[in-house]
Write a protein that binds this ligand. Structure first.
Ligand SMILES: *[C@@H]1O[C@H](CO)[C@@H](O)[C@H](O)[C@H]1NC(C)=O
Length: 593
């Protein structure tokens, strides 16, 4: 039995989940200070420089805390909790525009264990991260000498804070005071604060973290230009082939118009008209197929909306806000999933629509949560701050069941009722048309491989920039580029050969992206260790799969290949298509004598 207290705590968890999706109302949210007002230095995480996602709480290293203890733990948003943000008060006494000369704030009594912990961290190039007024600050833990025998700890944090009016606009940290780590000694940790007037505008204070010479490099512009050229070429090619085929067909059709009715009925259908009998054939696994299509539509709309939001608001300035936004948009666009998945399933004559809705709604969340769950085990084993807290897991589950599922239900019902009728303009042939003999480059395997190359080719440079911002220390901010690439990807996907292999083409795009991530891992990063490696490959798999699902498209589009081949068919279609003969009664071929 679920007691009232359990019910209440579930309710509270749900409210927290919904509340944490909204922007955090942090303590320093106003970002304005009066003179001598307290400025909080938050300690975040510490971890190896090369493994960006392998982070631990700052105080998991035996650092000591200053003696000011008025602020408890920071209230995290959902996005922050999922990204392993662990803000803890440093205990340092900092007041706005109040200079502090070098002051010792605590002492570390270095026993053997503590020394070993520091030595391990120094050997692995550990960095720590702090925040002042939401501005990130990085510092290095220590240094080894050349032969790697002696290890030194930086003990003096020299903070220089720039202010503009009543706002903080700039922070610099200099580490000084190298002290050798000798067991059974005391190490004094000290800090100083200097305040400087600065002309940096508050709106521009994150600009120094961006790297325009990397992100707006000529290569980047060139790659976008390149992809655009490819798109123009592709669209041109496709329309040329279509036009040529259609014109040839039309010429034959109009010649036949001159024959009498009798002769015409005896003839086969040929050219692009052959397509109509098969285009709208239900796929062989309607349930999975329509769920995939629904999820694909949802991922596409989520990407579109999140990129637009990111372009309008500088999301990178707030910790975890990108992830929070993405989760919120994902939940809010669930009806899209339900609508497209549900209506396609109904059109294909599926009856188990509740099952379809569940599969459609939980396909992506299950994939992401499954990966996260697996990585969470490793994170807990390593005591990494990436381990997702239990409360956050409950919150995510609540969102899945109480937000995503109902919204999906609404979408499904709408989809089934508004566009669930199989009102295709053509009737589907009883016998699937055998696809005519093909040249080698028309073999499905080849098409699948080539079909994936074009979308991949149009995005892989952008992929490099996105990966670098996620796996290295760069902030991605050129969302305009990302938008362009999404549009290009969309056009390329629509133009590339779309027939029954289209689904596998999309899958092959995912495979290419995943292969590229292997290349990136081995040649572009220096990650190591079980945790970071499984984190990397786990989430890259999720990313590639999601991208693949996004690229797949409905099979209802005209099957270009059959148009192009355009040979006389071996099986006669028994139905008519609208344009030329739609009002004529349907009749079987070869019934007249
Ligand atoms: C921080 O360092 C940069 C680069 O050295 C300098 O331009 C800036 O004025 C410094 N800011 C403060 C507040 O000292």
């Amino acid at each position: 039995m679920m007691g009232p207290s359990r019910l209440k705590s579930a309710l509270v968890a749900f409210l927290v989940a919904v509340g944490s999706l909204l922007p955090a109302n942090a303590d320093e949210h106003e970002h304005t200070y009066t003179d001598k007002e307290e400025v909080v230095l938050w300690m975040n995480t510490v971890g190896p420089y090369h493994n960006r996602q392998e982070t631990y709480k700052y105080f998991s290293l035996p650092f000591c805390v200053g003696n000011k203890k008025t602020i408890s733990h920071y209230h995290e948003t959902l996005g922050e909790a999922l990204q392993g943000v662990e803000l803890e008060f440093s205990g340092l006494d900092i007041k706005f525009k109040d200079e502090v000369m070098q002051t010792t704030y605590c002492e570390i009594e270095l026993d053997k264990n503590k020394r070993d912990a520091f030595v391990y961290a120094i050997k692995n190039h550990y960095w720590y991260q702090m925040y002042i007024d939401d501005l990130p600050i990085w510092g290095i833990v220590g240094e080894a000498d050349e032969n790697g025998e002696d290890h030194f700890l930086w003990t003096y944090k020299k903070l220089e804070i720039g202010f503009n009016g009543n706002r903080i606009v700039d922070v610099n940290l200099t580490s000084e005071g190298k002290v050798r780590l000798v067991p059974n000694t005391k190490i004094a940790m000290s800090y100083s604060v200097k305040w400087k007037k600065s002309d940096v505008k508050f709106e521009d204070r994150f600009d120094k973290y961006l790297d325009p010479s990397f992100f707006q490099h000529r290569i980047h512009w060139f790659s976008i230009f390149n992809s655009f050229m490819m798109v123009i070429f592709l669209v041109g090619l496709v329309s040329m082939i279509l036009m040529r085929t259609l014109r040839k067909d039309y010429a034959r059709y109009s010649k036949e118009e001159e024959m009498d009715d009798m002769d015409r009925d005896l003839g086969d259908e040929y050219g692009w008209k052959q397509v109509h009998g098969d285009v709208f054939r239900p796929s062989s696994h309607p349930l999975i197929f329509s769920s995939l299509i629904g999820s694909g539509c949802q991922i596409f709309s989520v990407s579109l909306i999140v990129i637009i939001v990111a372009m309008v608001e500088d999301l990178y300035t707030e910790r975890g806000s990108m992830l929070s936004t993405a989760i919120f948009v994902y939940a809010a666009t669930s009806p899209v999933n339900g609508y497209f998945g549900g209506s396609l399933y109904a059109k294909q004559g599926g009856r188990r629509w509740i099952k379809q809705m569940f599969i459609g709604a939980f396909m992506i969340p299950a994939m992401v949560c499954g990966t996260a769950f697996f990585i969470n085990f490793i994170a807990i084993y390593y005591h990494a701050s990436r381990a997702i807290p239990f409360g956050t897991m409950v919150a995510v589950c609540c969102i899945c069941f109480f937000v995503i599922l109902p919204l999906n239900l609404v979408g499904t019902i709408l989809g089934r009722n508004l566009s669930g009728q199989p009102n295709f303009p053509c009737r589907v042939n009883a016998v699937p048309r055998p696809i005519p003999e093909k040249k080698w480059f028309m073999e499905p395997a080849v098409i699948v491989c080539l079909g994936g190359i074009l979308p991949f080719g149009s995005i892989f440079i952008e992929m490099y920039f996105i990966f670098t911002s996620f796996w290295a220390y760069k902030i991605y901010y050129v969302y305009g580029f990302m938008m362009l690439v999404l549009v290009i990807l969309c056009i390329v996907t629509v133009c590339s050969p779309s027939q029954w292999t289209s689904f596998l083409s999309a899958a092959s795009t995912a495979v290419y992206v995943y292969m590229y991530s292997f290349y990136y891992y081995f040649f572009k990063t220096k990650m190591y260790g079980l945790f970071q490696t499984s984190f990397y490959f786990g989430y890259m798999a999720v990313f590639s799969t999601a991208l693949g699902i996004m690229c797949e498209k409905k099979q209802e589009e005209p099957k270009l290949e059959e148009c192009v081949v355009g040979e006389r068919a071996t099986v006669r279609p028994s139905a008519c298509c609208t344009a030329e003969c739609g009002n004529r009664p349907l009749r079987m071929a070869h019934t007249t004598t």
